[in-house]
Design a protein around this ligand. Structure first.
Ligand SMILES: Nc1nc2c(ncn2[C@@H]2O[C@H](COP(=O)(O)OP(=O)(O)OP(=O)(O)O)[C@@H](O)[C@H]2O)c(=O)[nH]1
Ligand SMILES: [Mg+2]
Length: 236
């Protein structure tokens, strides 16, 4: 057996193990009634700043919490903790993505029934996180206006493994001559039909529709779970 074959086998086993843990997490989230949203993007696209806003704006209405992954530092957890929501930093060391087992471990001691929304900020990376299911209900891929409209074409897998694209830092779109139509066309080329939201965490523009989107996705998953539960009960 060549070493190339062996590397592929080890990687496939790791992914399989991750899927098993992710499946168990998804069931746990569902049983607890918590809606889980993960955020992926390249470093610095604005995940933490958008989450800071999200936690603050959702809190009067919902019980929210966040996990945040980085190779090093607790900086992002410290920023998010200013919202007074429960927050935990996951330090991955040399690993460029979060894995389901890391999420599972970070949740030890948390009562998920006490939460309506759990947000998971992944390590800033447009490649590694795409292969790792974290048991989330919704994966948001962020892309800031300063990164260039071609990122979906260069990193198609992360867009393909996400549910919704969020264009961030819209307050900077004019100075950097961001071309929203080209960005949308590139997103649609790799993921036809993908919903695209535009926000600025700095100016707060677009945040109301983004929050409404989160609320409605949470409500619709709860409704379908309730229907599923009722149909199971009704089944003889
Ligand atoms: N102008 C502007 N700047 C923003 C916005 N959102 C984030 N930033 C800035 O962009 C930089 C990176 O933002 P972060 O929120 O730390 O980005 P991140 O994706 O969490 O970064 P990593 O965790 O390192 O991957 C910071 O200097 C933010 O102040 C925005 O909407 N507008
Ligand atoms: Mg961050």
């Amino acid at each position: 057996m060549s070493s190339g074959t062996r590397i592929i086998e080890v990687r496939q086993n790791l992914l399989k193990q991750n899927d098993v843990v992710a499946r168990a997490l998804r069931q746990r989230f569902r049983d607890a009634g918590v809606f889980v949203v993960s955020l992926v993007s390249s470093p610095g696209s604005g995940k933490t700043m958008l989450l800071e806003k999200t936690l603050g704006l959702l809190q009067p209405e919902f019980r929210v919490a966040a996990l945040v992954g980085d190779l090093a530092t607790e900086n992002d957890a410290a920023r998010l903790a200013r919202s007074h929501a429960p927050v935990k930093q996951i330090i991955t060391g040399t690993v460029c993505h979060l894995e389901a087992a890391m999420v599972q471990q970070a949740l030890e001691g948390w009562n998920l029934e006490d939460l309506d929304f759990l947000f998971i900020e992944n390590v800033g990376n447009l490649v590694c996180p795409s292969s790792y299911d974290l048991g989330e209900d919704l994966r948001l891929v962020l892309m800031s206006v300063t990164e260039g409209e071609d990122k979906p074409l260069k990193y198609p897998t992360i867009f393909n493994s996400s549910d919704v694209a969020v264009i961030t830092k819209m307050d900077l779109s004019a100075p950097v001559e961001f071309d929203a139509a080209t960005a949308a066309r590139n997103i649609q080329a790799v993921r036809p039909g993908m919903e695209i939201l535009h926000v600025s965490a700095k100016s707060a523009s677009g945040t109301e529709s983004y929050l409404e989107f989160l609320r409605s996705r949470r409500a619709s998953i709860r409704t379908s779970q309730a229907l599923e539960k009722n149909s199971l009960i009704a089944r003889p």
